[in-house]
Design a protein around this ligand. Structure first.
Ligand code: ADP
Ligand code: MG
Length: 259
């Protein structure tokens, strides 16, 4: 098992001096951050601080303006995002990266099971029968074996998000990115999703970067916590240390406000 202390583990994601601007607005301002293989990192901070943008750089939904970014031992190029959808380099890398969004983004006209099996069949060209068996097992893992044939509109928000997690896992990605996966959910549904995420985090078999306001999850399931504000990582360290005794005044103020 890889843990936070395993400094010799290869960096799964490594930002060095990364900047990102939208027009005149500097959204990420010199990000230095290494996330190790198998590590669980919780990314916390106020709205507008750049958390989503940081995640989106990792799978090429945005392209940085400066600095270097390595993902799974590959140097991420600088280049126009418009070129990305058809770019084979990005297509290859994205197969290794799962992304779970706040708004689920399931395919509305496909069943839960079809949502899970679509990519392995379409992208990997795998046999439908084989992928269906795995898809059902993944749905079972997120507590939804009985909903395999349900359409997204027949599922609660919490159930849809758990299908989205199963879908992300179906490609067996080495990196899983979560962008406020429970922010659109009521507390009960959040708890269902968090339970699934805790189980994933406990395995330490892939890299998890989780943008969240769920402090319980961050404290108990994350190896490290990073605090991002105004495009800068003001503090990063072991989860309990950062959350219980933040060194940076801005982090302290934020945690007090949110907790
Ligand atoms: N595509 C975009 N075009 C212009 N500004 C953007 C775009 N995406 C994000 N921003 C701005 O970048 C800043 C950081 O946004 P974001 O990364 O979404 O922060 P967070 O996820 O921490 O709330 C915000 O000021 C936001 O308005
Ligand atoms: Mg965001």
């Amino acid at each position: 098992m890889l843990g936070p202390m395993n400094e010799s583990a290869p960096a799964s994601v490594a930002f060095a001096g990364v900047t990102k601007r939208f027009g005149d607005l500097t959204v990420l301002d010199g990000i230095d951050l290494e996330v190790h293989a198998g590590e669980v990192l919780a990314l916390l901070g106020p709205s507008g601080g750049g958390k989503s943008t940081l995640l989106r750089l990792i799978n090429g939904l945005e392209i940085r303006d400066g600095g270097t970014l390595r993902v799974l031992d590959r140097d991420v190029p600088l280049g126009p995002p418009a070129a990305l959808p058809s770019d084979p380099w990005w297509r290859d890398l994205r197969q290794e990266i799962g992304f779970v969004f706040q708004a689920f983004h399931l395919y509305p006209h496909k069943t839960a099971l079809e949502n899970v099996t679509l990519a392995p069949v379409a992208v990997r060209g795998r046999a439908v029968d084989e992928v269906e068996v795995e898809g059902r097992a993944l749905l079972e893992r997120v507590g939804l074996a009985h909903k395999a044939d349900a359409m997204p509109r027949q599922l609660s928000g919490g159930q849809q998000q758990r299908v989205a997690i199963a879908r992300a896992l179906a490609m067996d990605p080495r990196i899983l990115l979560f962008d406020e996966p429970t922010s659109a959910l009521d507390p009960e549904m959040s708890a269902e999703v968090i339970e699934v995420m805790r189980a994933l985090a406990a395995q330490h078999d892939r890299t998890l970067i989780v943008v969240t306001h769920e402090f319980g999850f961050a404290r108990e399931a994350a190896d490290r916590v990073a605090f991002l504000e105004h495009g800068r990582i003001l503090e990063v360290g072991p989860a309990r240390e950062v959350l219980e005794s933040p060194q940076h005044e801005r982090a302290r103020a934020f945690f007090e406000r949110v907790l």
